[in-house]
Design a protein around this ligand. Structure first.
Ligand SMILES: C[S@@+](CC[C@H](N)C(=O)[O-])C[C@H]1O[C@@H](n2cnc3c(N)ncnc32)[C@H](O)[C@@H]1O
Length: 208
């Protein structure tokens, strides 16, 4: 799926704003943020989550693989006058893109399920965390029928994640203190009926 074409109108959907606010609340609940953290957002799109949390941390780099999303994210940062503490950049952790830096926290919302090889992405993200750095990923719980993405014929990602399986993957990659919370639900119309898809927040830490 190429998200660039959807970037200009992405923030017009009130459901996306509601989801970002609730995931931000879950991040606050689960990470003891001091206000000084250097943060990377992975698959950040227009930066809804990072903008919701901008006052809780020090600096934020919003990254995404879609150039259109990065352009809109940077425009939103400029419009807010936050260019001193925030920037947007192209970055795909499964590519040979240059590392965007070293971070205290990496957060993300609804991006990991779009990445076919999550082990490669998570290992790369782990390498971008400083000792003791923390990961906070929000994504869809397992959707066995795949109804969430059924309207997208070009979707080649994951139909959500089983929490245990994802927890084990994080452990294998070297994360510790792995914990799950329920952050929000994404509500959408599928086959003429309104359905709610739960979204977890998994937090984890790299050793000091
Ligand atoms: C469903 S959107 C979510 C965007 C944003 N996090 C939000 O919740 O509004 C998924 C995003 O992940 C990005 N993405 C997909 N695969 C990626 C990859 N391998 N590396 C970086 N970003 C990726 C897409 O370009 C898209 O912006």
């Amino acid at each position: 799926m190429d998200f660039s074409d959807r970037a200009a109108t992405w923030d017009d959907d009130p459901e996306k704003l509601r989801n970002a606010a609730q995931v931000a609340e879950a991040v606050r609940r689960n990470l003891d943020l001091t206000g000084a953290e250097d943060v990377l957002e992975f698959g950040g799109g227009t930066g809804l989550l990072s903008r919701a949390l901008a006052d809780d941390v020090g600096t934020v780099v919003i990254t995404d693989a879609a150039p259109g999303m990065v352009a809109v994210a940077q425009q939103r940062i400029d419009d807010l006058g936050r260019g001193d503490r925030m920037r947007a950049a192209l970055f795909d952790p499964t590519s040979d893109d240059t590392d965007p830096g070293q971070f205290d926290v990496i957060w993300s919302m609804l991006a990991l399920h779009h990445v076919p090889d999550i082990d490669v992405a998570l290992a790369r993200l782990r390498g971008l965390l400083k000792p003791g750095g923390r990961l906070a990923l929000a994504d869809l719980d397992e959707d066995p029928g795949g109804s969430f993405h059924q309207a997208h014929g070009d979707f080649h990602g994951h139909d959500g994640f089983d929490r245990h399986t994802l927890g084990h993957a994080l452990q294998r990659i070297g994360f510790q203190d792995i914990a799950f919370d329920t952050a929000t639900t994404v509500d959408k119309e599928v086959d003429g009926a309104r359905r709610s898809y739960p979204v977890f927040l998994v937090t984890a830490r790299v050793p000091r």
